[in-house]
Design a protein around this ligand. Sequence first.
Ligand code: NAP
Length: 365
Amino acid sequence: MQKIQVGVLGATGAVGQRFVQLLQGHPWFEITALFASERSAGKRYVDACRWNLRGDMPTALHTQVIHECAPGPECQIVFSALPSETAGEIEKAFAAAGYVVCSNARNHRYDPDVPLLIPEVNPEHLALIDIQKRARGWNGYITTNPNCSTTHLVSALHPLHLRFGVTKIFVVTMQAISGAGYPGVSSMDILDNVIPYISGEEEKMELKEPQKLLGTFDGSGVRYADFVVSAHCNRVPTRNGHLEAISVEFAEKPTQEQIVQAWRDYQPLAQQLRLPSAPQPAILYDARPDRPQPRLDRMAGSVAGMATVVGRLRPDPLLHYKFMALGHNTIRGAAGGSLLNAELLVALGYLGQEAALLAKSTKFA
Ligand code: NAP
């Protein structure tokens, strides 16, 4: 059976390169188109892209010629790693032209008819796709994944919210420099330092993303969850992996053991479907007193960089409990999150019957 053809928008950037890396040898997808700005369009990938990841740029892509970010090239899905200054209109143009757009950019995350998706958390929000296509008259559609720090916050809290109902969240993030793209924050600013400000980040975490992700689809739209979030977002001199100190209050206060059990029992749809990029388990609980740590734990789990690692669970004198969560920002927090979204779309038939059959015919351990 033929693989599904995919493209990468912003293929030369930090997240775009992650897409390229993660798509190598993927059982369902193959890259047939690479897109970037007009500065890179017309050049070979090897000439336009300063490869910045461990391991080499895939040889098969060296001579692929980069396209400008406009519909035309043959592929069914486009993964978007475009900056927010340009992503909005470009993604709409692709969806209108019939492509399935899986985006990392923030532009459409809060559109009422666009799913903001973590496959483990809210697969039922995919019902928005039909609403979106009808409302906009598109053949294609857009799905989005949340911001990198929200992803791991919500992933860690979802099993707890299901059982005990989250009412208040206080979170302090320690976000890696790769979260700012390449070249990102200057070395003179970040070495020997912590920058206690990341533009727009606290607003996304406090007011929008966790509430939409943990909201309820009511048949016509998503009703946002009504817990309160207070977020302090900081840039720290780690390279990859966002660490988050989280305090939480529940509607029904559980015991510490019940929280650990909720994490251990967590077996959501993405894991049940055994999607290729779904880590087994989705959440790793580490009981060691000094873990998780970015350098040691960001690649933990059965699919490197895709799990959320939690630890240091203890009572909190202000809210009920506090703990640490860690996750890779450019893998699960960006490209890997989008990739898993696309796998869920395929498995649930949102790319048609042939694609769903391909997914079924490929078995995973
Ligand atoms: P980046 O390293 O700056 O890469 C930007 C990419 O977009 C490059 O391929 C660039 O191509 C292309 N591009 C720039 N301007 C363009 C234009 N006018 N038209 C078409 N293409 C253009 O950025 P990044 O860190 O990968 O971030 C990409 C997106 O992912 C952003 O929306 C970001 O917020 C989001 N995101 C990032 C992270 C993270 O951890 N880094 C996490 C979650 C979400 P050229 O090389 O040709 O300039």
